[in-house]
Design a protein around this ligand. Sequence first.
Ligand code: MRU
Length: 373
Amino acid sequence: MKIKDKHYRTIWLHPQKESVVQVIDQRLLPHRFEIVDLKTVDEVCDAIKQMTVRGAPLIGAAAAWGMYLSTFEMPGNCERDFYFEDVYRKLIQTRPTAVNLKWALDEMLQSITGNDSLEESRWYAKTRVQWICDDDVKTNQQIGVHGLALIEELAAKKNGAPVNILTHCNAGWLATVDYGTATAPIYLAKEKGIDVHVYVSETRPRNQGAQLTAWEFVEENIPHTLIADNAAGHLMQHGKVDLVLVGTDRTSVTGDVCNKIGTYLKALAAYDNHVPFYAAVPSTSIDWHMRDAFEEIKIEERSADEVKYVQGLHDGKIKSVLISPEHTPASNYAFDITPSKYVTGLITEKGICEASEEGIRGLFPEKKIIPSS
Ligand code: MRU
Protein backbone atom coordinates (compact mmCIF):
# COMPACT_ATOMS: atom_id res chain seq x y z
CA MET A 1 0.00 0.00 0.00
CA LYS A 2 1.05 3.63 -0.23
CA ILE A 3 2.99 5.66 2.33
CA LYS A 4 3.24 9.29 1.30
CA ASP A 5 2.47 8.18 -2.28
CA LYS A 6 5.29 5.60 -2.38
CA HIS A 7 4.22 1.97 -2.69
CA TYR A 8 5.50 -0.39 -0.02
CA ARG A 9 5.13 -4.04 0.83
CA THR A 10 5.88 -5.00 4.44
CA ILE A 11 8.85 -7.22 3.51
CA TRP A 12 11.20 -7.31 0.49
CA LEU A 13 14.65 -8.34 -0.69
CA HIS A 14 17.17 -5.49 -0.54
CA PRO A 15 17.36 -4.12 -4.10
CA GLN A 16 21.17 -4.32 -4.21
CA LYS A 17 22.05 -6.96 -1.60
CA GLU A 18 20.95 -10.61 -2.22
CA SER A 19 21.57 -11.58 1.42
CA VAL A 20 19.58 -8.78 3.07
CA VAL A 21 15.82 -8.76 3.65
CA GLN A 22 14.18 -5.47 4.61
CA VAL A 23 11.07 -4.91 6.76
CA ILE A 24 9.15 -2.00 8.27
CA ASP A 25 9.72 -1.88 12.06
CA GLN A 26 6.10 -2.04 13.18
CA ARG A 27 7.00 -1.49 16.87
CA LEU A 28 7.73 2.18 16.13
CA LEU A 29 4.58 2.94 14.15
CA PRO A 30 2.69 5.24 13.90
CA HIS A 31 5.24 7.66 15.35
CA ARG A 32 8.36 6.61 13.44
CA PHE A 33 8.74 4.92 10.04
CA GLU A 34 11.97 2.89 10.06
CA ILE A 35 13.19 0.12 7.79
CA VAL A 36 15.21 -2.70 9.34
CA ASP A 37 17.74 -4.95 7.58
CA LEU A 38 17.53 -8.67 8.42
CA LYS A 39 20.65 -10.65 7.49
CA THR A 40 20.51 -13.82 9.61
CA VAL A 41 18.06 -16.47 10.77
CA ASP A 42 18.51 -15.23 14.35
CA GLU A 43 17.58 -11.68 13.31
CA VAL A 44 14.44 -13.00 11.61
CA CYS A 45 13.54 -15.02 14.71
CA ASP A 46 13.93 -11.91 16.88
CA ALA A 47 11.92 -9.78 14.46
CA ILE A 48 9.03 -12.26 14.73
CA LYS A 49 9.27 -12.75 18.53
CA GLN A 50 9.66 -9.00 19.30
CA MET A 51 6.93 -8.20 16.77
CA THR A 52 9.02 -5.99 14.50
CA VAL A 53 6.91 -7.94 12.02
CA ARG A 54 3.58 -9.44 13.07
CA GLY A 55 0.24 -10.60 11.67
CA ALA A 56 -0.23 -14.23 10.62
CA PRO A 57 0.53 -13.95 6.86
CA LEU A 58 3.55 -11.68 7.42
CA ILE A 59 4.91 -13.99 10.15
CA GLY A 60 4.78 -16.79 7.55
CA ALA A 61 6.45 -14.66 4.85
CA ALA A 62 9.18 -13.48 7.25
CA ALA A 63 9.96 -17.04 8.33
CA ALA A 64 10.14 -18.06 4.67
CA TRP A 65 12.70 -15.29 4.04
CA GLY A 66 14.54 -16.62 7.11
CA MET A 67 14.90 -20.01 5.39
CA TYR A 68 16.26 -18.22 2.31
CA LEU A 69 18.78 -16.22 4.41
CA SER A 70 19.97 -19.44 6.04
CA THR A 71 21.55 -20.38 2.69
CA PHE A 72 24.07 -17.57 3.28
CA GLU A 73 24.98 -18.75 6.79
CA MET A 74 25.44 -22.50 6.31
CA PRO A 75 28.68 -23.76 7.91
CA GLY A 76 30.88 -25.56 5.39
CA ASN A 77 31.14 -28.83 7.34
CA CYS A 78 27.47 -29.79 7.83
CA GLU A 79 24.93 -31.95 6.00
CA ARG A 80 22.86 -29.44 4.00
CA ASP A 81 19.32 -30.82 4.48
CA PHE A 82 19.86 -31.51 8.22
CA TYR A 83 21.01 -27.91 8.54
CA PHE A 84 17.83 -26.61 6.84
CA GLU A 85 15.71 -28.80 9.11
CA ASP A 86 17.44 -27.22 12.11
CA VAL A 87 16.68 -23.76 10.73
CA TYR A 88 13.06 -24.85 10.23
CA ARG A 89 12.85 -25.95 13.88
CA LYS A 90 14.32 -22.63 15.06
CA LEU A 91 11.90 -20.50 13.04
CA ILE A 92 8.80 -22.52 13.88
CA GLN A 93 9.34 -21.89 17.60
CA THR A 94 9.14 -18.10 17.31
CA ARG A 95 5.39 -17.73 17.93
CA PRO A 96 2.90 -20.61 18.52
CA THR A 97 -0.54 -19.51 17.32
CA ALA A 98 -0.52 -18.33 13.69
CA VAL A 99 -0.71 -21.43 11.41
CA ASN A 100 0.75 -19.44 8.48
CA LEU A 101 4.16 -19.92 10.12
CA LYS A 102 4.05 -23.71 9.69
CA TRP A 103 2.39 -23.44 6.26
CA ALA A 104 5.16 -21.19 4.91
CA LEU A 105 8.00 -23.18 6.50
CA ASP A 106 6.64 -26.46 5.09
CA GLU A 107 6.53 -24.86 1.64
CA MET A 108 10.13 -23.67 2.04
CA LEU A 109 11.50 -26.95 3.40
CA GLN A 110 10.16 -28.79 0.36
CA SER A 111 11.94 -26.35 -1.97
CA ILE A 112 15.21 -25.89 -0.10
CA THR A 113 16.00 -29.60 0.54
CA GLY A 114 16.81 -32.40 -1.84
CA ASN A 115 18.94 -30.26 -4.16
CA ASP A 116 22.39 -30.92 -5.61
CA SER A 117 24.09 -27.81 -4.29
CA LEU A 118 23.74 -24.89 -1.91
CA GLU A 119 23.36 -22.53 -4.87
CA GLU A 120 20.49 -24.66 -6.18
CA SER A 121 18.86 -24.63 -2.74
CA ARG A 122 19.24 -20.85 -2.62
CA TRP A 123 17.67 -20.49 -6.08
CA TYR A 124 14.67 -22.68 -5.20
CA ALA A 125 14.30 -20.94 -1.83
CA LYS A 126 14.26 -17.51 -3.44
CA THR A 127 11.75 -18.62 -6.07
CA ARG A 128 9.48 -20.14 -3.38
CA VAL A 129 9.54 -17.24 -0.97
CA GLN A 130 8.78 -14.80 -3.79
CA TRP A 131 5.84 -17.04 -4.78
CA ILE A 132 4.63 -17.09 -1.14
CA CYS A 133 4.73 -13.27 -1.06
CA ASP A 134 3.05 -12.74 -4.45
CA ASP A 135 0.44 -15.39 -3.66
CA ASP A 136 -0.36 -13.63 -0.38
CA VAL A 137 -1.08 -10.38 -2.25
CA LYS A 138 -3.28 -12.14 -4.85
CA THR A 139 -5.15 -13.97 -2.09
CA ASN A 140 -5.84 -10.74 -0.18
CA GLN A 141 -7.05 -8.99 -3.32
CA GLN A 142 -9.46 -11.90 -3.89
CA ILE A 143 -10.68 -11.63 -0.31
CA GLY A 144 -11.24 -7.94 -1.07
CA VAL A 145 -13.40 -8.75 -4.09
CA HIS A 146 -15.59 -11.24 -2.19
CA GLY A 147 -15.87 -9.04 0.91
CA LEU A 148 -16.78 -6.02 -1.20
CA ALA A 149 -20.11 -7.68 -2.07
CA LEU A 150 -21.09 -7.56 1.63
CA ILE A 151 -20.32 -3.84 1.81
CA GLU A 152 -22.14 -3.10 -1.47
CA GLU A 153 -25.24 -4.91 -0.18
CA LEU A 154 -25.22 -2.83 3.02
CA ALA A 155 -24.56 0.39 1.08
CA ALA A 156 -27.58 -0.33 -1.12
CA LYS A 157 -29.76 -0.80 1.98
CA LYS A 158 -28.40 2.43 3.50
CA ASN A 159 -29.17 4.56 0.43
CA GLY A 160 -25.77 6.22 0.35
CA ALA A 161 -25.33 6.69 4.09
CA PRO A 162 -21.88 5.48 5.19
CA VAL A 163 -21.50 1.76 5.90
CA ASN A 164 -20.11 1.55 9.44
CA ILE A 165 -17.62 -1.28 9.87
CA LEU A 166 -15.92 -2.31 13.08
CA THR A 167 -12.54 -4.04 13.07
CA HIS A 168 -10.26 -5.37 15.82
CA CYS A 169 -6.47 -5.58 15.90
CA ASN A 170 -4.61 -5.06 12.62
CA ALA A 171 -5.51 -7.43 9.80
CA GLY A 172 -4.41 -4.77 7.35
CA TRP A 173 -1.60 -4.58 4.82
CA LEU A 174 0.87 -4.33 7.72
CA ALA A 175 -0.18 -7.83 8.86
CA THR A 176 0.36 -9.34 5.43
CA VAL A 177 2.75 -8.79 2.53
CA ASP A 178 0.33 -6.24 1.08
CA TYR A 179 -3.30 -5.22 0.90
CA GLY A 180 -4.43 -6.91 4.16
CA THR A 181 -7.23 -9.42 4.74
CA ALA A 182 -10.02 -7.79 6.79
CA THR A 183 -9.06 -4.41 5.32
CA ALA A 184 -9.03 -5.59 1.70
CA PRO A 185 -12.83 -5.14 1.19
CA ILE A 186 -12.58 -1.71 2.85
CA TYR A 187 -9.78 -0.53 0.54
CA LEU A 188 -11.66 -1.85 -2.49
CA ALA A 189 -14.91 -0.17 -1.38
CA LYS A 190 -13.03 3.11 -1.09
CA GLU A 191 -11.60 2.60 -4.59
CA LYS A 192 -15.15 2.03 -5.84
CA GLY A 193 -16.36 5.26 -4.21
CA ILE A 194 -18.52 3.53 -1.61
CA ASP A 195 -18.94 5.59 1.56
CA VAL A 196 -17.41 3.58 4.40
CA HIS A 197 -16.45 4.51 7.95
CA VAL A 198 -14.49 2.19 10.26
CA TYR A 199 -14.54 1.93 14.04
CA VAL A 200 -11.00 0.87 14.91
CA SER A 201 -10.78 -1.00 18.20
CA GLU A 202 -7.58 0.03 20.02
CA THR A 203 -6.65 -3.64 20.79
CA ARG A 204 -4.98 -3.62 24.11
CA PRO A 205 -2.39 -4.53 25.27
CA ARG A 206 -0.15 -3.85 22.20
CA ASN A 207 -2.66 -1.47 20.53
CA GLN A 208 -2.37 -2.84 16.98
CA GLY A 209 -5.67 -1.08 16.19
CA ALA A 210 -4.69 2.34 17.58
CA GLN A 211 -1.11 2.25 16.28
CA LEU A 212 -1.24 0.22 13.02
CA THR A 213 -4.79 0.09 11.62
CA ALA A 214 -5.44 3.77 12.36
CA TRP A 215 -2.10 4.64 10.70
CA GLU A 216 -2.99 2.60 7.61
CA PHE A 217 -6.34 4.42 7.40
CA VAL A 218 -4.74 7.86 7.79
CA GLU A 219 -2.31 7.03 4.97
CA GLU A 220 -5.11 5.66 2.77
CA ASN A 221 -7.69 8.36 3.68
CA ILE A 222 -10.19 5.87 5.06
CA PRO A 223 -12.70 7.62 7.37
CA HIS A 224 -12.29 6.03 10.79
CA THR A 225 -12.83 6.49 14.52
CA LEU A 226 -10.61 4.99 17.19
CA ILE A 227 -12.56 3.36 20.02
CA ALA A 228 -11.68 1.80 23.34
CA ASP A 229 -11.96 -1.99 23.04
CA ASN A 230 -14.80 -1.97 25.53
CA ALA A 231 -16.92 0.48 23.55
CA ALA A 232 -17.76 -1.98 20.76
CA GLY A 233 -20.74 -3.57 22.50
CA HIS A 234 -22.29 -0.20 23.29
CA LEU A 235 -21.93 0.92 19.64
CA MET A 236 -23.60 -2.28 18.43
CA GLN A 237 -26.46 -1.90 20.94
CA HIS A 238 -27.11 1.56 19.50
CA GLY A 239 -27.16 0.36 15.91
CA LYS A 240 -23.98 2.21 15.00
CA VAL A 241 -22.24 -0.82 13.49
CA ASP A 242 -23.39 -2.49 10.25
CA LEU A 243 -20.65 -5.08 9.90
CA VAL A 244 -17.74 -6.51 11.89
CA LEU A 245 -14.66 -7.58 9.90
CA VAL A 246 -11.73 -9.31 11.63
CA GLY A 247 -8.76 -11.42 10.65
CA THR A 248 -7.61 -14.85 11.86
CA ASP A 249 -4.41 -16.51 13.00
CA ARG A 250 -5.76 -20.01 12.76
CA THR A 251 -9.18 -21.25 11.71
CA SER A 252 -10.18 -24.88 12.27
CA VAL A 253 -11.79 -27.01 9.55
CA THR A 254 -15.01 -26.72 11.56
CA GLY A 255 -14.99 -22.90 11.32
CA ASP A 256 -13.82 -21.86 14.80
CA VAL A 257 -11.81 -18.64 14.42
CA CYS A 258 -8.70 -17.89 16.51
CA ASN A 259 -7.70 -14.23 16.38
CA LYS A 260 -6.39 -11.40 18.57
CA ILE A 261 -7.57 -11.42 22.17
CA GLY A 262 -10.87 -9.57 22.39
CA THR A 263 -12.26 -10.87 19.10
CA TYR A 264 -14.53 -13.34 20.91
CA LEU A 265 -16.10 -10.53 22.98
CA LYS A 266 -16.80 -8.58 19.78
CA ALA A 267 -18.42 -11.68 18.28
CA LEU A 268 -20.65 -12.11 21.34
CA ALA A 269 -21.79 -8.47 21.14
CA ALA A 270 -22.39 -8.78 17.40
CA TYR A 271 -24.41 -11.97 17.89
CA ASP A 272 -26.51 -10.40 20.66
CA ASN A 273 -27.22 -7.36 18.47
CA HIS A 274 -27.69 -9.18 15.17
CA VAL A 275 -24.68 -7.48 13.57
CA PRO A 276 -23.04 -9.58 10.81
CA PHE A 277 -19.62 -10.81 12.01
CA TYR A 278 -17.20 -11.97 9.29
CA ALA A 279 -13.66 -13.27 9.51
CA ALA A 280 -11.31 -12.75 6.56
CA VAL A 281 -9.66 -16.15 6.20
CA PRO A 282 -6.96 -16.81 3.62
CA SER A 283 -6.63 -20.58 3.09
CA THR A 284 -3.07 -20.29 4.45
CA SER A 285 -4.69 -19.48 7.83
CA ILE A 286 -6.90 -22.57 7.86
CA ASP A 287 -5.48 -25.49 9.85
CA TRP A 288 -6.59 -28.43 7.71
CA HIS A 289 -5.53 -30.82 10.49
CA MET A 290 -7.48 -29.20 13.28
CA ARG A 291 -11.02 -30.09 14.28
CA ASP A 292 -11.10 -29.04 17.95
CA ALA A 293 -9.67 -25.52 18.25
CA PHE A 294 -10.25 -25.37 22.01
CA GLU A 295 -8.29 -28.58 22.58
CA GLU A 296 -5.61 -28.11 19.97
CA ILE A 297 -4.72 -24.41 19.52
CA LYS A 298 -1.72 -23.15 21.49
CA ILE A 299 -2.72 -19.69 22.71
CA GLU A 300 0.40 -17.52 23.00
CA GLU A 301 1.03 -15.95 26.39
CA ARG A 302 3.28 -12.92 26.19
CA SER A 303 5.10 -10.78 28.75
CA ALA A 304 3.06 -9.27 31.61
CA ASP A 305 4.81 -5.96 30.91
CA GLU A 306 2.86 -5.62 27.66
CA VAL A 307 -0.23 -5.27 29.90
CA LYS A 308 1.36 -3.14 32.63
CA TYR A 309 3.10 -0.66 30.34
CA VAL A 310 1.72 1.39 27.46
CA GLN A 311 3.91 2.76 24.67
CA GLY A 312 3.38 6.20 23.16
CA LEU A 313 4.96 9.44 21.97
CA HIS A 314 6.06 12.02 24.56
CA ASP A 315 8.18 15.09 23.77
CA GLY A 316 8.98 13.60 20.37
CA LYS A 317 10.25 10.34 21.92
CA ILE A 318 8.62 6.92 21.98
CA LYS A 319 8.25 5.96 25.65
CA SER A 320 6.72 3.19 27.72
CA VAL A 321 4.88 4.17 30.88
CA LEU A 322 3.76 1.99 33.75
CA ILE A 323 -0.03 2.11 34.19
CA SER A 324 -0.45 -0.29 37.13
CA PRO A 325 1.15 -0.54 40.57
CA GLU A 326 4.64 -1.86 39.93
CA HIS A 327 4.17 -5.11 41.80
CA THR A 328 0.72 -5.99 40.48
CA PRO A 329 0.88 -9.36 38.67
CA ALA A 330 -0.55 -9.43 35.13
CA SER A 331 -1.40 -12.16 32.60
CA ASN A 332 -1.27 -11.63 28.86
CA TYR A 333 -3.11 -14.04 26.56
CA ALA A 334 -2.51 -12.85 23.00
CA PHE A 335 -5.36 -14.67 21.21
CA ASP A 336 -8.81 -16.13 21.78
CA ILE A 337 -11.15 -18.42 19.89
CA THR A 338 -14.56 -17.43 18.52
CA PRO A 339 -16.79 -20.50 18.14
CA SER A 340 -18.22 -20.91 14.64
CA LYS A 341 -21.78 -20.34 15.91
CA TYR A 342 -20.98 -16.65 16.45
CA VAL A 343 -19.39 -16.25 12.99
CA THR A 344 -21.76 -15.18 10.20
CA GLY A 345 -19.30 -16.28 7.53
CA LEU A 346 -15.72 -16.69 6.37
CA ILE A 347 -14.40 -14.49 3.56
CA THR A 348 -11.78 -16.54 1.72
CA GLU A 349 -9.95 -16.02 -1.56
CA LYS A 350 -12.36 -18.49 -3.14
CA GLY A 351 -15.54 -16.83 -1.89
CA ILE A 352 -17.66 -16.52 1.23
CA CYS A 353 -18.83 -19.60 3.10
CA GLU A 354 -20.56 -20.55 6.31
CA ALA A 355 -18.20 -21.05 9.25
CA SER A 356 -18.57 -24.81 9.13
CA GLU A 357 -16.84 -27.91 7.75
CA GLU A 358 -19.48 -28.16 5.05
CA GLY A 359 -18.95 -24.51 4.10
CA ILE A 360 -15.15 -24.85 3.97
CA ARG A 361 -15.26 -28.18 2.07
CA GLY A 362 -17.60 -26.55 -0.44
CA LEU A 363 -15.03 -23.89 -1.31
CA PHE A 364 -11.92 -26.08 -1.01
CA PRO A 365 -12.94 -29.54 -2.31
CA GLU A 366 -9.32 -30.23 -3.28
CA LYS A 367 -8.04 -29.88 0.31
CA LYS A 368 -7.41 -33.00 2.37
CA ILE A 369 -9.42 -32.35 5.52
CA ILE A 370 -8.70 -34.54 8.55
CA PRO A 371 -11.75 -36.82 8.93
CA SER A 372 -13.82 -36.60 12.15
CA SER A 373 -12.92 -39.54 14.40
O1 MRU B 1 -0.13 -10.47 17.70
P1 MRU B 1 -0.32 -10.07 16.26
O2 MRU B 1 -0.24 -8.62 16.03
O3 MRU B 1 0.54 -10.87 15.33
O4 MRU B 1 -1.85 -10.53 15.98
C1 MRU B 1 -2.37 -10.29 14.71
C2 MRU B 1 -3.79 -10.72 14.57
O5 MRU B 1 -4.43 -11.25 15.46
C3 MRU B 1 -4.40 -10.55 13.20
O6 MRU B 1 -5.76 -10.26 13.30
C4 MRU B 1 -4.23 -11.85 12.43
O7 MRU B 1 -2.89 -12.24 12.49
C5 MRU B 1 -4.68 -11.76 11.01
S1 MRU B 1 -3.61 -10.83 10.07
C6 MRU B 1 -4.23 -10.82 8.52
